[in-house]
Write a protein that binds this ligand. Structure first.
Ligand SMILES: *Cc1c(COP(=O)(O)O)cnc(C)c1O
Length: 528
């Protein structure tokens, strides 16, 4: 157990007058704040801020940062969430001043480097999905789902069709039915069979011309590739519906197959999962979507487009934006002519250069779903990851993700049976129901005890179709020793007494909080 002082709040540590920095004496005439600000903008009393020394502040935050688990400190096999290692080169690239210090209100002509990268990102995502159009705007996977469903709604409205239903298999992520309802549709559940695949009879019974979209996660959250995918897509298309892929599990199929090739009309990506962006406590995500040609006009605007412009036009445009910024009024066109007169080479050169433009003239677009261009910091990290690996490397990512998951499956299935079989894609769902019956040890007990041994717990009790579920995703970034040690630890835990496990974890700052209450009634303000 850690020293309790580590968990005291800054307000509890505060002592009047204590300071972390001393400001130099003021060397300009002092003015009353009320001379500078309107009366209603001036506080009546100073804010109640904690008063601390610099070492206290540093220790407080560094200690706090070690009280949680992270991919940098622990193995983190959290199924569905793809907690893979976040390469530090992504961070360095995203922090480069040329990116980090841009402002989204800057003139487009001064953002060409960033726009070029985002444009390439659109192209790479299109290539990976086999779908020809893309929007980088959505800020998370769930918002990507929602955005794509708005795109579908606009498409059907244009066709003059009113379709009200979205089909969602019962092992889908909770965000799928939630997005369907938020986009104004009715979410209809399709059963999956005991083997974990879409129940084709149930699908046939629910498919009709009221169905706008089937949302499918493939590979599924059970870590299975849907064997009837092509047939499912054909049947949805036969009633005029669209197929949406929840692309959270793209890390299993990168470079091996393209969703566009198995009948998908639209999909989102989770760059923070598939392409190694930090997420969860580590930062925000993104949820770019790719769609087929016929859906492209409805994508959120603006889209980044590439044009070829004559070099001279580019120089004039960048000159004009500079002049505007400096509030000077000169004719860039005439200056260009003057320069050209002195430099005959420039005058004759008619070479064309790429120019990246924000295309806002998209009359059928559903409009914006987020400010500016999306979460560019996350997209930049993903861009670096994709470029680092290249096409062959991305395929190896998928192969290793699948290899690691199968290796771990084969090591744990004798203690935690996997109801859906002995092969998987990038993750698998094991069940603790035998253990529960025989030894009164639940998935929750195992998950909690793993924390004591320095492992982040797998996802538990999801999907709901597997009793005492433990959804394990090792990711491709782990070595064999880590997987072996994890499997051995799981085994060791099953040999421990149920009493000990019911009280676990024993070594963490907080043991078993009331999780429902913590989620429903979080205490976000300090009111001591
Ligand atoms: C993570 C995940 C989502 C939601 O993505 P966010 O980026 O967290 O909004 C949707 N579906 C599946 C299968 C996921 O794993």
């Amino acid at each position: 157990m850690r020293n309790t002082r580590d968990t005291q709040s800054l307000f509890e540590l505060s002592r009047p007058g204590r300071r972390a920095a001393r400001l130099p004496a003021c060397d300009v005439p002092e003015r009353e704040i009320t001379d500078l600000l309107p009366a209603d903008a001036v506080r009546q009393a100073p804010p109640e801020l904690p008063e601390l020394s610099e070492p206290q502040i540093i220790r407080h935050f560094v200690n706090l940062s070690t009280q949680n688990m992270s991919v940098d400190t622990h193995f983190y096999p959290l199924g569905s969430c793809t907690m893979k290692y976040n390469p530090k080169r992504n961070e360095r690239a995203a922090a480069m001043p040329g990116f980090a210090e841009l402002h989204p209100y800057q003139d487009e002509s001064t953002l060409q480097g960033m726009l070029a990268i985002l444009y390439e990102m659109q192209e790479m995502l299109q290539e990976i999905s086999g779908l020809p159009a893309c929007s980088l705007q959505p800020a998370a996977g769930a918002q990507g789902e929602f955005t794509a469903l708005l795109v579908a709604a606009a498409y059907f409205q244009d066709l003059g069709e009113t379709r009200t239903k979205i089909l969602v298999p019962d092992n889908a992520h909770g965000t799928n039915p939630a997005s369907a309802v938020m986009a104004g549709f009715e979410a209809v559940t399709v059963q999956t069979s005991a083997a974990g695949y879409v129940d084709m009879e149930d699908l046939a019974a629910k498919l009709d011309e009221q169905v706008a979209v089937l949302m499918i996660t493939n590979p599924s959250t059970l870590g299975l590739f849907e064997p009837n995918m092509q047939q499912i897509a054909e049947q949805v298309h036969a009633v005029g519906g669209l197929v949406y892929l929840d692309g959270a599990n793209m890390n299993a199929i990168l470079g091996i197959t393209q969703p566009g090739a198995f009948g998908v009309d639209m999909q989102h990506y989770n760059p923070h999962k598939t392409f190694s962006g930090p997420h969860g406590g580590g930062g925000p995500g993104a949820g770019p979507i790719c769609v087929t040609e016929k859906l492209a006009p409805y994508l959120p605007a603006p889209i980044i487009v590439k044009e070829l412009r004559v070099a001279k036009e580019l120089r004039v445009a960048s000159c004009e934006s500079r002049e505007r910024k400096e509030s000077r009024v000169t004719s860039c066109e005439s200056r260009e002519q003057a320069t050209a007169a002195h430099n005959p080479q420039l005058a004759t050169r008619n070479s064309k250069l790429p120019y990246f433009r924000l295309d806002t003239n998209r009359p059928k677009s559903i409009g914006r779903v987020r400010a500016f261009f999306g979460n560019v910091g996350v997209l930049l990290r993903a861009y670096v990851y994709i470029r680092t690996h290249g096409p062959a490397g991305l395929r190896r990512v998928a192969e290793n993700a699948v290899l690691n998951a199968n290796y771990l499956l084969s090591r744990v299935q004798h203690i935690l049976p996997v109801p859906q079989g002995n092969r998987c894609m990038h993750e698998f769902v094991a069940s603790a129901s035998e253990l529960k019956r025989q030894q009164n040890i639940s998935a929750m007990d195992l998950a909690k005890r793993l924390l004591d041994y320095g492992y982040h717990a797998p996802t538990v009790y999801f999907p709901l179709t597997v009793p005492e579920a433990m959804m394990i995703e090792p990711t491709e970034s782990e070595g064999k020793e880590t997987l072996d040690a994890f499997a051995e630890t799981l085994f060791r835990i099953t040999e421990e007494s149920a009493e000990l496990l019911h009280e676990a974890p024993h070594t963490t700052p907080v043991s078993r909080p009331d999780e429902v209450r913590a989620a429903r009634q979080p205490v976000l303000v300090w009111n001591g």
